[in-house]
Design a protein around this ligand. Structure first.
Ligand SMILES: Nc1ncnc2c1ncn2[C@@H]1O[C@H](COP(=O)(O)OP(=O)(O)OP(=O)(O)O)[C@@H](O)[C@H]1O
Ligand SMILES: [Mg+2]
Length: 462
C-alpha cells in the first residue's frame, strides 16, 4: 500500500490531479498576461520551459558560408564533402552542370538531413537557407549536430577529415589544362592561371589504364609519382626543391606524349608545353618558366632538336657568354637546379627525345633527371592493353592473340603502328588476321639480330 497523500492513484484521482494542475497553470498564465510586463513574461516562460524540458545531450555547431569577410573553408569543404554522402534517406537534391563540365554537380536541398558515420560515431548535417520577405536568400549555413560527449573528436579529427576528403574530391574532379605559348586566351570559363600562357582543356584521353606498357614499368612510374606527392614534408626537411624530373626516350610512336598525358590525368596536374624554339633567350626562358603555376608538368619535347646547342655544350657556353641570344642547355639546367630551388613547388619536368645518345651528358648526369624511362617497341604483354582499348577484348581469350603476342615479341613494332592496324576494320577476326599478316611481313623484313630489351630493364632510377 502506498502511504496516504492528497491524491489517490485511481484513474479518477489522476484525472482530478491533472485537471487541477491545468487549471492552476491557466491561472498563472492569465496573471502573467495581465500583470507582468512583456520582457519579464518572456523570460519567465523561458525559465519554465527549461525547467520542464529535459536538457539536450546534443550539441549543434553552426557553419556559416562566410567567416568574417572571407569564405568559410569549413563550409566550402562541407558542401563538397556532403555531395558524396547523399544517401537513400535524402528526399530532395539539386543537380546542375555547365555546358563544359563533364560531371553533374549534386547538392543538398535546404532542410535535408544527412547522417554521416565516422570512426564509431554518427553526426547529422542539415543545410539551412533563410530568405527575407521578398524571397531573396539571406543566410546559408550548415548545422552539424552530434552527441556533446564527442565534441573534442568532432572539432578535432572529424572536421579535419571533412576538409581533407573535400580536397581529394576537388582534385579528382579538377579539369586538367594544357598551357601553350601558341594559344591565346582560354576556352574555359575559369580562364588560365599562368601569366602570358594561353590554355585549352587537356582532352587527351590517355590514362595509365589505356597506356600499352609493360605492367611492371607502369607500376614503377605510378609508385614514383605517388611517392613524390606524399613527400612534401621530406623535401622541405632536407632543403630540396619539391620537383621531379623524367626523361622519356625512345622511337616515335612508342607513347612518350601519351605517357605525359596519362601522368597529367592521373595527378590532375596542368601541362605547360614549353616550345624552346619560340623563346628568344635565357632571360625569356626564365620569364616563361616563372609564369607557370604550381602542381604542373613542364614539358620540353624533342630536347635534342629544340636547341642546336644542346648537342655541344662547349660551343653553347661560349655562345651564351658572347651573345646571350639563345636558349641554352645551361640556361635550362641552371634554372631547374638553381633558381627553381627557391621558387615554386610541386613541379614535374619531363623532357622527351627520340635520340638519347645525342643528348649532352650534363642532362644525363645522375641527379639531373630523377628517372630515365625507355619507351620502346611494343611487347606482347603491353599489346593486351591495346587489344582491350581498341577491340574491347580480353586478348588472352582469343586464339589468334597468342600468335600475335609471339610475333610482337620478336618484331620491332611500335604501339602507334599496332593501334593503326587495330582500327582497320570493325570485325575483330578480320582485324586480328590482318595484324598477323602485317607482323609476318614486318618480321621477314627485319634483321632479328637486334633483339629488343625488355622495357623494365631499361628503366633506371638514379
Ligand atoms: N604505349 C602506347 N599505348 C597506347 N597507345 C599508344 C602508345 N604509344 C603510341 N600510342 C598511340 O600512338 C599515338 C602516337 O603516340 P605518341 O604521340 O604518344 O608517341 P610519341 O612516343 O610521343 O611519338 P613522338 O616521338 O613522335 O613524339 C597515340 O596517340 C596513341 O594512339
Ligand atoms: Mg610525342
Amino acid at each position: 500500500m502506498f502511504p496516504s497523500s492528497g491524491f489517490s492513484f485511481t484513474p479518477s484521482g489522476l484525472f482530478s490531479a491533472y485537471a487541477s494542475l491545468t487549471g492552476f497553470s491557466m491561472l498563472v498564465r492569465s496573471i502573467l498576461q495581465d500583470f507582468v510586463p512583456e520582457k519579464l513574461r518572456l523570460y519567465l516562460y523561458g525559465l519554465f520551459e527549461r525547467f520542464i524540458t529535459p536538457e539536450s545531450k546534443d550539441l549543434t555547431v553552426v557553419i556559416d558560408d562566410k567567416f568574417g569577410v572571407n569564405r568559410n573553408q569549413v563550409y566550402d569543404a562541407a558542401e563538397t564533402y556532403l555531395r558524396n554522402k547523399i544517401g537513400p534517406e535524402t528526399k530532395r537534391i539539386r543537380v546542375g552542370k555547365t555546358p563544359k563540365e563533364k560531371h553533374f554537380t549534386v547538392s543538398v536541398e535546404k532542410g535535408e538531413e544527412i547522417i554521416d558515420s565516422y570512426e564509431n560515431f554518427e553526426v547529422k548535417w542539415i543545410y539551412v537557407q533563410t530568405e527575407n520577405e521578398r524571397g531573396n536568400k539571406e543566410k546559408r549555413y550548415y548545422e552539424l549536430t552530434f552527441d556533446k560527449k564527442l565534441k573534442d573528436k568532432v572539432m578535432g579529427s572529424y572536421l579535419s577529415h571533412v576538409v581533407a576528403a573535400s580536397e581529394e574530391i576537388k582534385r579528382s574532379l579538377r579539369v586538367v589544362k594544357l598551357y601553350s605559348q601558341d594559344v591565346y586566351g582560354s576556352d574555359d570559363e575559369d580562364g588560365c592561371a599562368g601569366g602570358n600562357w594561353g590554355c585549352v582543356r587537356l582532352e587527351h584521353p590517355s590514362t595509365f589504364d589505356t597506356l600499352a606498357m609493360n605492367p611492371d614499368a607502369k607500376k614503377i612510374i605510378i609508385d614514383d609519382l605517388e611517392r613524390f606527392l606524399m613527400r612534401r614534408e621530406f623535401y622541405k626537411r632536407v632543403g630540396k626543391a619539391w620537383k621531379r624530373g623524367y626523361l622519356l626516350y625512345g622511337p616515335p610512336g612508342t607513347g612518350k606524349s601519351s605517357l605525359i598525358a596519362a601522368m597529367a590525368n592521373y595527378l590532375k596536374f596542368d601541362i605547360f608545353d614549353i616550345e624552346l624554339s619560340s623563346i628568344a633567350d635565357n632571360g625569356d626562358l626564365k620569364r616563361v618558366l616563372l609564369s607557370t603555376t604550381s602542381r604542373s608538368i613542364l614539358v620540353i619535347e624533342d630536347i635534342d632538336c629544340s636547341t642546336t646547342e644542346v648537342k655541344d655544350r662547349e660551343v653553347e657556353d661560349q655562345e651564351d657568354i658572347r651573345t646571350n641570344s639563345k636558349v641554352t642547355l645551361s640556361g635550362i639546367l641552371n634554372f631547374i637546379d638553381g633558381l627553381w630551388s627557391s621558387y615554386g613547388d610541386e613541379r614535374i619536368f619531363v623532357f622527351t627525345t627520340n635520340h638519347k645518345e645525342r643528348l649532352d651528358p650534363a642532362l644525363l648526369r645522375p641527379g639531373r633527371m630523377d628517372m630515365h624511362i625507355h619507351m620502346s617497341f611494343c611487347t606482347g604483354i603491353a599489346f593486351r592493353t591495346l587489344v582491350s582499348n581498341y577491340l574491347g577484348l580480353d586478348g588472352l581469350n582469343h586464339p589468334l592473340c597468342e600468335d600475335i603476342e609471339r610475333l610482337i615479341d620478336s618484331t620491332e613494332v611500335t604501339p602507334a603502328e599496332l593501334a593503326e592496324e587495330l582500327m582497320h576494320d570493325e570485325d575483330t577476326e578480320v582485324v586480328l588476321r590482318g595484324l598477323v599478316s602485317f607482323l609476318e611481313k614486318r618480321r621477314s623484313r627485319e634483321t632479328l639480330q637486334r633483339r629488343k630489351l625488355a622495357m623494365t630493364k631499361n628503366i633506371v632510377v638514379l
